[in-house]
Design a protein around this ligand. Structure first.
Ligand SMILES: N[C@@H]1[C@@H](O)[C@H](O)[C@@H](COP(=O)(O)O)O[C@@H]1O
Length: 385
C-alpha cells in the first residue's frame, strides 16, 4: 500500500486528479479496451473532478474511451433530486467532459427490484472486464462507498442500511435535517472495491484521522471497512497532513521517506506511475551515490520533494508520462527490502525491517556496488529521522 501525504486538501485533489489523468493516458484506452473507472461522491472528490474537467478542457485527457461506475446511490430519492448521487456526478463531472452516455453506469435507487438492480450492476462490471481504477473516499467511521461498519469484507453490490453516524454526516447536504436523509442506499460492496485492479482512496481532514489510523495501523477488520486496502496488491491512499494526526510519527515518517528514496536514491525515471521499480541496475544506485557526493551534481541527483508544490508534482508526473508503460517490468537487481510482497512496489516494503527505508536502501547499495560509505550522507537524502 502506498500512503501519499500532501499538505492540504487542495494538494491532495491535484495529486489525485493528475494521477487519474496519467493512468488514463498511459493506459491508452480504445473502444474495445476501455479504461474502467470507479467513482465516488462526497465533498472530498469535488475538487478532483474540477481538475479532471480542467484537464479535459485543456485537451490533456479525453474520456472518450473511459467507462465509469459510481459507487453508490440513495434509495428512494428521485434521480433529479439535487442530492441524488446521479445529480451529483452529472453536476460535477459528467456534464463537462466527453464521456459517452452509454459508458456511464450508476445504480438506480428507484428500481422496482433493488436486489436485481444490484446484481445487474455486478454483471455489468464483469462484462466490461472489471474496474481498472477505483477511486474512493471514506466516511469518518472508515466506510468505503456505503459499506458501513460490520459490512462483510467479501460483500458485493447490495442494499445497505445507513449507520446513524453516516446519516448525521450527510445531513449537511439536506439542510441539516437528519429526517430528510434517506436511510437506505445501494452500494458496491467491499468485495467489489477489492476486485478492482487498483484502488485509490482520498482522505482529508482531522475528522477522518482516527479512521485512517484504524485502517492502516491496525488489523483488517469489518468494523473499519477501509482496512481491507491492506489486502489489496495495488492500493494507494492520498491524504492531507490533518488526516495523519492520529498516526504514529513513525508511520508518517516511513511513508514520507519512501518518496524521498524514490526521488533521491532510486531516481524518478526508474519508478513507474503505479510505484513499481523498473529496470534499475546496481550502477544506477551507484550513480546516485557518486552524483550525490559530488557537490556540483547533488542538486540534480537529490531533488527534494516539495509536497505542497503543485508544479513540482506536475513535472514529476510529466516525467512518468513520457516513459513507456512499465508497471509490470522486472524489478532488476534490488534487494528484498525494496520489494513489496507482490514483488513490485517499493512502498510495500516490510515496515518492521525497513522502518528507516533510507538506511535499508543504502545498505543494499553497499552490497551490490561496493560503496564503502557507512550510510547515505544525511545531506543527500534529507533524512527525516
Ligand atoms: N457514500 C459516500 C461515500 O462514498 C463518501 O466517501 C463519504 C464521504 O464524504 P465526504 O467526502 O463528504 O466526507 O460520503 C458518503 O458516505
Amino acid at each position: 500500500m502506498r500512503l501519499i501525504i500532501r499538505e492540504d486538501p487542495k494538494a491532495v485533489a491535484y495529486y489525485t486528479a493528475n494521477y487519474v489523468r496519467q493512468r488514463i493516458n498511459e493506459f491508452k484506452p480504445t473502444r474495445k479496451r476501455p479504461f474502467v473507472l470507479g467513482l465516488p461522491t462526497g465533498s472530498t472528490p469535488v475538487e478532483v473532478y474540477w481538475h479532471l474537467v480542467d484537464f479535459y478542457k485543456r485537451s490533456e485527457v479525453t474520456f472518450r474511451n473511459v467507462v465509469t461506475f459510481s459507487m453508490d446511490e440513495y434509495v428512494g430519492l428521485p434521480q433529479s433530486h439535487p442530492e441524488s448521487y446521479c445529480s451529483f456526478m452529472h453536476r460535477h463531472l459528467y456534464d463537462h467532459i466527453d464521456l459517452h452516455p452509454k459508458n456511464i453506469h450508476m445504480l438506480n435507487g428507484n428500481a422496482e427490484d433493488l436486489a436485481a438492480e444490484c446484481q445487474r450492476y455486478e454483471e455489468k462490471i464483469k462484462e466490461v472486464g472489471g474496474i481498472e481504477l477505483f477511486l474512493g473516499g471514506i466516511g469518518p467511521d472508515g466506510h468505503i462507498a456505503f459499506n458501513e461498519p460490520g459490512s462483510s469484507l467479501e460483500s458485493v453490490t447490495r442494499v445497505k442500511t445507513l449507520a446513524y453516524e453516516t446519516v448525521l454526516a450527510n445531513a449537511r447536504f439536506f439542510g441539516g435535517d437528519v429526517n430528510k436523509v434517506p436511510k437506505l442506499a445501494l452500494t458496491v460492496g467491499v468485495g467489489t472495491v477489492r476486485a478492482a485492479r487498483e484502488v485509490l482512496l482520498i482522505i482529508t481532514g482531522a475528522h477522518k484521522a482516527v479512521a485512517l489510523a484504524k485502517c492502516i495501523e491496525e488489523g483488517v477488520n469489518h468494523m473499519w471497512t477501509l482496512s481491507v486496502v491492506q489486502l489489496h496488491p495495488s492500493a494507494m491512499i492520498v491524504c492531507d497532513e490533518d488526516a495523519t494526526l492520529e498516526l504514529h510519527v513513525k508511520t508518517v515518517r516511513y511513508f514520507k521517506s519512501i518518496e524521498q528514496v524514490q526521488e533521491q536514491l532510486i531516481g524518478r525515471q526508474n519508478i513507474s506511475l503505479k510505484g513499481s521499480i523498473s529496470k534499475l541496475t546496481s550502477s544506477d544506485i551507484s550513480h546516485q551515490f557518486s552524483a550525490a557526493t559530488d557537490p556540483m551534481a547533488s542538486s540534480a541527483a537529490g531533488v527534494q520533494v516539495d509536497p505542497s508544490n503543485s508544479d513540482s508534482e506536475s513535472s514529476a508526473h510529466d516525467d512518468y508520462s513520457t516513459r513507456p508503460e512499465s508497471e509490470d517490468d522486472d524489478v532488476g537487481s534490488l534487494t528484498d527490502s525494496q520489494h513489496s510482497d507482490n514483488g513490485s512496489d517499493t512502498s510495500n516494503a516490510d515496515m518492521s525491517s525497513s522502518t528507516n527505508a533510507l538506511a535499508a536502501s543504502s545498505s543494499d547499495a553497499q552490497c551490490t556496488t561496493g560503496f564503502s560509505g557507512s550510510s547515505v550522507p544525511a545531506a543527500t537524502v534529507g533524512s527525516p529521522f
